[in-house]
Write a protein of this length. Structure first.
Length: 539
């Protein structure tokens, strides 16, 4: 990252500041926009081939972590790159860490390699002993070259058509630069295996790489700072508690995460039900189809996945789950705007991309207690259901300790008013209630984007002159669109104001500020309603 004046106007990931991820529009040194894992090899290969087609003598370099190497996309790219003659260098940053500890056969393979301390110690000792006898030293070097295939993952990567180099110490900068200079003169696909330690140089981060992966405010001398006061439970915590309670009640429940154990609130579940917990690594496509396979055999899979990451398993969601109408629960964390992570991680599109899929239902809880209850409702179905909920805490509504469920596909009237009805999908219920008090409007907690409670909608339509739909997701194709479709199908002609996220990518920043900028806080909602329906409200 660069800054023209050597200072940032605000800190990274804050509104108006630099992104926490590379962005091409932000810096000429950000060659490619990234944020989701496992894309670097594909992008770099595209750049390498483009350079060749343009007659340019340039190298393309992809840096990828060992956690990201678990994704199929990385191997798809390597399979393609290995048969090209492009000058592509793939650097594997092997630090035995992604966000959650990495899992899978590849990780075990690399771990075995790196745990070969005897090989490393013997090699070091051999240098000391044999350097005084040049003929023996040369013989030992030849032996090392012939034997390296037994201790290095050379076979795996060279079978893909890459020339393998490494592993080397990524913290030894002089050696790293020297190796890179040598590789620069080699032609064709190259693979450099670099070993690092996450948090190197900062002991607190070295000791707890998960907590320091994306820390909030902290004092470098003492580490992470605890917030003062009693924190409200987050939606993620509510999900984690519900998951454990439901698993205790039903031994058919199995839980799946694509490498987001901590972020999805599943640490306690893994401790209590280790044989029913599956972290499949950064492999969203596999996670969805794996869940489908479990469901086929009578188990009840719950896939805990961020809204933005489910996009990566969209074909599997349709092809393997929905077409077969399998009872898989998708717990969609980080729905709506996510704050510091910005557009790449925003769960702005889930209602639009989910509600068009046959057999799949979409629940939109307004608060923590409804989240728990709607998870129970979803689990009770024999069809696929997604329950979307935001990052962080809600209004502080206390979640029950029971497994009570709400009626499937039904909403409720939360406030009775006149003339104008606010139809709310999700957490915007509470600012809507504030606005309704000023405007004497009816507030309907719709709860379900699909199936839409059409009976309740038509009941309200019979006694109101206009509607406002509210959602913390994209307006285009969202829940408001579902309302318009239902009214049109019933030949009901009433004016509808759709409020939600506009047709643009929203930058990083404090979530409350971002919502206010989109007019989705109480003052913004009131202003939009008055601008559209002022004459109606004055009648």
């Amino acid at each position: 990252m660069t800054a023209s004046c050597g200072m940032w106007a605000t800190r990274p990931s804050q509104l108006g500041g630099l992104s926490g991820f590379p962005q091409r529009a932000e810096s000429e040194f950000d060659a490619f926009g990234t944020a989701h894992s496992s894309t670097s090899i594909s992008a770099a290969l595209g750049m390498a081939i483009a350079s060749r087609l343009k007659g340019e003598d340039r190298h393309a370099i992809a840096v990828i972590g060992d956690g990201a190497m678990t994704a199929g996309m990385a191997f798809e790219a390597m399979n393609n790159a290995g048969v090209s003659d492009s000058n592509l260098l793939v650097i594997l940053n092997d630090n035995d860490m992604s966000i959650s500890p990495p899992v899978g056969a590849l990780n075990r393979y690399l771990a075995k390699l790196l745990s070969g301390q005897f090989y490393a110690a013997a090699k070091s000792a051999g240098k000391t002993v044999l350097k005084g006898a040049p003929p023996l030293w040369e013989l030992a070097k030849r032996f090392e070259e012939s034997a390296k295939g037994m201790v290095k993952p050379i076979t795996l990567f060279e079978k893909f058509g890459f020339n393998y180099v490494g592993p080397i110490d990524g913290h030894d900068v002089e050696t790293l630069v020297s190796v890179l200079e040598n590789i620069k003169h080699l032609k064709g696909p190259q693979f450099l295996h670099v070993v690092t330690k996450k948090g190197q140089g900062y002991k607190l981060a070295e000791a707890d790489p998960v907590a320091y992966h994306g820390p909030g405010k902290f004092d470098p001398k003492v580490g992470l700072q605890q917030s003062s006061g009693v924190a409200k439970p987050t939606f993620t915590q509510v999900f984690g508690e519900w998951l454990c309670d439901m698993a205790a009640a039903d031994d058919k429940l199995v839980a799946i995460t694509p490498a987001m154990r901590e972020g999805s609130g599943m640490v306690e579940f893994e401790k209590r039900f280790p044989t029913r917990f599956f972290d499949v690594g950064i492999a969203e496509q596999h996670a969805v189809t794996f869940a489908a396979g479990l469901a086929c055999e009578g188990l009840k899979p719950v896939v805990a996945i961020y809204s933005t990451f489910l996009q990566r398993g969209y074909d599997q969601l349709i092809h393997d789950v929905a077409i077969q109408n399998l009872p898989v629960v998708f717990a969609l964390d980080r729905a709506g705007l996510v704050g510091a992570d910005g557009a790449t991680h925003a769960g702005a599109y889930d209602i639009a991309y989910l509600r068009c899929i046959p057999n799949l239902s979409v629940a939109c809880p307004a608060d923590e207690n409804e989240c728990r209850q709607l998870l129970s409702t979803a689990y009770a179905q024999n069809t696929p259901v997604a329950v979307r909920y935001p990052r962080g805490a809600g209004t502080g509504v206390t979640a029950t300790c029971t497994l009570d469920a709400l009626p499937f596909g039904q909403g409720e009237i939360r406030r009775q008013g006149q003339r104008l009805a606010l139809l709310v999908f999700g957490p915007l219920l509470y600012p809507a209630l504030q606005v309704a008090e000023k405007l004497n409007a009816t507030v309907v907690n719709m709860r379900w984007a699909k199936p839409l409670d059409v009976a309740l909608l038509l009941q309200v339509a019979a006694s109101h002159d206009a509607f406002v739909t509210l959602e913390d997701s994209a307006i285009m194709g969202g829940a408001g669109s579902a309302v318009l479709e239902a009214l049109a199908a019933a030949a009901v002609c009433k004016p509808v104001l759709q409020l939600g996220l506009p047709d643009l990518f929203i930058e990083h920043g404090d979530p409350a500020k971002l919502m206010a900028l989109q007019g989705l806080d109480a003052p913004g909602i009131e202003a939009s309603i008055r601008a559209r329906f002022d004459a109606l409200l004055l009648r």
